[in-house]
Design a protein around this ligand. Sequence first.
Ligand SMILES: Cc1cc2nc3c(=O)[nH]c(=O)nc-3n(C[C@H](O)[C@H](O)[C@H](O)COP(=O)(O)OP(=O)(O)OC[C@H]3O[C@@H](n4cnc5c(N)ncnc54)[C@H](O)[C@@H]3O)c2cc1C
Length: 403
Amino acid sequence: MPVPEIFASTVGSASSASLKKPSLQHPPLPSGKAAEEAAAALAPRLFAQAPHSDQEGGFPTEEFGWLRETGLLTAALPIELGGSGLGEPAQALSLLRTLRHIGRGNLAVGRVFEGHVNALLLMQRFGRPQQVAHWAEMAQKGHLFGVWNTEAHDGVTLEPLENGRYRLQGSKTFGSGAGHVTRPLLTAKLPDGGWQMLILPATEQTPALDASFWRPLGMRATASFRVDFTGLEVGSDDLLGHPGDYYRQPWFSGGATRFAAVQLGAAEAIFDETRRFLNALGRTDDPYQRQRLGEMALLVESGNHWLQAAATHEARAADTPNPEASVAHANMVRTAIEEICLRVLPLAERCVGARGLLRPEPFERLHRDLTHYLRQPAPDAAQADVGRFALQNPQLAYRLWHE
Ligand SMILES: Cc1cc2nc3c(=O)[nH]c(=O)nc-3n(C[C@H](O)[C@H](O)[C@H](O)COP(=O)(O)OP(=O)(O)OC[C@H]3O[C@@H](n4cnc5c(N)ncnc54)[C@H](O)[C@@H]3O)c2cc1C
């Protein structure tokens, strides 16, 4: 099948990227567990391939072909729409573990995959049934979704036109997968200030990309460019939910557990690679190396306990919702996993030493990628929110998160 060129309009040094449309519809993975196992099986392949897209302007196109072929790009759809039901609260642990496996394969792939999953979950939550069916069909056809909310001073506005359509103006920054995401979910400001989600059919309404924005420390292969939507138009069927839905809690903050799972995957990769490196050098009898490995194992496994706790909390909240507690719990998960990752990094560096930080060893890439990806919005505010919740609730600690 020919590969259509999209996003041909670029500025800066952006390449005119293309998205491979799928050649085949794949059978859906039968369950969340199957998705988790498929991701686990794919991780070593992703890891081996990661150096090849690790460049500014690069993108793991081939890897997304693999995700598509295995059914992972539709796994977050409900089973009745051809997915694996990975978005169901009962599947929360499988979802988080799937994200962790992809993250341990390649953090850049994990970041873009998480955006795709997030968009599919948002459209299921806030879309009308016909819209959900339409976007599910687009996912089945292989379209890559993403969520682009971050912006600078020249953010995106949505102007209603007399013919019932809407005109976009302005830009997003950090648009991960720019040039490859063909159905970006973006947010835009309405004239009355409302914050409206929409899903742009970017194969027809093609934004301009500015790759010169993306000169990062790490995560090069996410292609997180500045994206300019000025002059593009959408119809009312492209609008998702009501103004303000994007920030509705507990879903907005709750989503932090997903990026934390991806981050934890990178910490696992660093742990696994450090152990391989020490084994290869025969440096496994040294008591200090053993102590460091022990500390790293404890940290990584603590992260996995947090994923388990996040999934348990989500399943319980589906029966007895407590949005404030869910937000605070998700903020604890992301804070704990950030801290775990920040502690794993220097332990690994001390283990492998300067020689281990030379390519083709993977540590320098893993270090750059994880350090950059750990910078998520408002880390301190997230922790302060946990404190505020605890101060405002009288329950003793053993009941605080469990009622
Ligand atoms: C690899 C990568 C991919 C990304 N992809 C996407 C994407 O696809 N879509 C998307 O929407 N976004 C994306 N982002 C952006 C991301 O979601 C965050 O918005 C971004 O990483 C936060 O940037 P920051 O650390 O500069 O944030 P900031 O919020 O500026 O935080 C930096 C520091 O400033 C502090 N701070 C925040 N506000 C204030 C204030 N008012 N006064 C004083 N201090 C303040 C914070 O607490 C923090 O300590 C991506 C980011 C990365 C790194």
